[in-house]
Design a protein around this ligand. Structure first.
Ligand code: SIN
Length: 479
């Protein structure tokens, strides 16, 4: 397992020699120690990315596309290796971890497709005395700060478009899951990516982030994480006018209308809500169900949820692994307690489940009936396996409940009537809509939110655009 940082093609320790422990999310057992880097190493990484920039951005886009395709292929070849690391450090069930590797590889294939289409564009103007064109240039050195929940896919989502356009990159993975990023760094060396094009350092998030945003050579930062940290990054990016993409918290509504196919809605609710034990930004967080199908939906949902196997992610058949840390357990417990005090009924779950040899971090899939907008779980993102279900009577009431949040990442609608589906899709204030499906992620589509969920898009041509600085050239034409 790689446990050093990659800077300028060299495996390095922190200047201080300090390290921190990376632990198995299920047992707390130490998996490895990685460098505790700070501002000094953040600057070293920028230096290395700066040295590599001219050569990398000077390659043709199709040459870079070939490298991206090789990265995708190597990822798939190392799927089991990556999946085991992801499961160990994040707790994710092994089949979800394998799915994440495919998802990550798709970001490289999508970016390769886009790189192959990158070209200058002729602009048609009304004036005959000038020839206009727009040239897509790389924005320069870019930074990525990635979250723990998809340690490979979120890195791929940020690295693939950056490399496609000709940027060089400095990366800081989450403190709880850096080993996947270091294994990815090893893969980049193995496929022959030139030294310094991607540099990965681990350590103090505040010191590293501030060093990158304050430097002036880093021209963009892409961050996935909490809204609170996103706000701090926005403030810090102002002095050097750094471009940002922020994929922040979510609070997704999942609306079930009375004409919906209820078994299909239940299946989608289960796969969306309990993916990674509810710890994704796009997990449905608030269920809003028509009153005349309410009991049917609640009963079926609770029956399936209560049968999901809770345990260590590495064991076959496990659907619910541990939550990432003790704070996550405290948050979900508080939300359940608050909801019950305000009149919610626990239909299934509601507490942690003991798993032999493991920490007390496994929360049972939980369904709460009689949820209302006054409850914390209807106001804050849970990031855990809690499904509070509220009732509505009219379409406008459902839309009003769904939009009663400053967040706007994903939203889900279940119904048969195509007119209703279209009407409601238009009215939901979020960046991503699932229509009769609970799984919406796709490397070829624009992933991103509105309001407190952030801005910028990742995936497909939209993701590429974030790394381009268009140069407009206006040339006089002599008549
Ligand atoms: C996230 O939780 O931030 C990403 C989820 C996804 O890409 O599906």
């Amino acid at each position: 397992m790689q446990d050093k940082n990659l800077i300028g093609g060299q495996w390095r320790s922190a200047h201080s020699g300090e390290t921190f422990a990376v632990c198995d999310a299920a047992t707390g057992e130490e998996l490895a120690r990685v460098p505790r880097c700070g501002a000094l190493e953040a600057c070293d990484a920028i230096e290395a990315a700066g040295k590599a920039l001219q050569a990398w951005s000077g390659l043709t886009a199709s040459t870079r596309a070939t490298v991206l395709t090789a990265i995708a292929q190597a990822m798939r070849e190392r799927k089991q290796e990556f999946a085991q690391i992801i499961t160990a450090e994040s707790g994710k069930p092994i089949d979800e971890a394998q799915g994440e590797v495919d998802y990550a590889a798709d970001y490289f294939l999508s970016a390769a497709d886009e790189a192959n289409q990158l070209q200058s564009e002729t602009i048609h103007s009304r004036r005959a005395d000038r020839a206009l064109c727009a040239i897509p240039e790389s924005i320069g050195i870019v930074a990525a700060i990635t979250p723990w929940n998809f340690p490979l896919a979120m890195l791929a989502r940020k690295t693939a478009p950056a490399l496609a356009v000709g940027c060089t990159q400095v990366v800081k993975p989450a403190e709880s899951t850096p080993l996947t990023a270091l294994a990815f760094a090893q893969l980049l060396i193995d496929v022959g990516l030139p030294a310094g094009v991607v540099n990965v350092i681990t350590g103090d998030p505040a010191a590293i982030g501030q060093a990158w945003l304050g430097d002036g050579r880093v021209r963009k930062l892409s961050f996935t994480g909490s809204t609170a940290v996103g706000r701090l990054l926005m403030k810090s990016s102002a002095d050097q006018v750094v471009r940002l993409s922020l994929e922040l918290g979510g609070h997704a509504p999942f609306i079930v209308f009375s004409d919906a196919d209820i078994p299909a809605a239940v299946a989608a609710a289960v796969s969306g809500k309990f993916r990674l034990a509810g710890q994704t930004c796009v997990c449905p967080n608030r269920f809003i169900v028509a009153d005349n199908v309410y009991s049917e939906f609640v009963d079926q949902f609770a029956a399936v949820a209560s049968g999901l196997r809770v345990g260590r992610g590495r064991e076959a058949g496990v659907r619910i692994g541990p939550l990432i840390d003790d704070r996550a357990i405290v948050r979900i417990r508080n939300q359940v307690k608050d909801a019950v005090a305000k009149g919610a009924k626990i239909v299934t779950g509601g507490a942690t489940v003991p798993v032999e040899g493991c920490l007390d971090r496994f929360f049972a899939p939980t369904v709460l009936a009689n949820a209302t907008a006054e409850m914390l779980c209807f106001q804050e993102e849970t990031f855990g396996p809690l499904a509070p279900i509220a009732k509505f009577e009219t379409e406008s009431q459902a839309i009003e409940m769904a939009n009663a949040t400053p967040y706007g990442l994903a939203g889900y609608i279940f119904a048969r009537d195509p007119n209703l589906l279209e009407r409601v899709s238009r009215q939901l204030n979020c960046g991503i809509i699932g229509v009769n499906t609970g799984v919406i992620s796709d490397a070829y589509a624009p992933f991103g939110g509105r309001g407190w969920s952030g801005f910028g898009r990742e995936g497909g041509r939209w993701g590429i655009e974030e790394y381009i600085s268009w140069k407009y050239v206006c040339a006089a034409v002599n008549g």
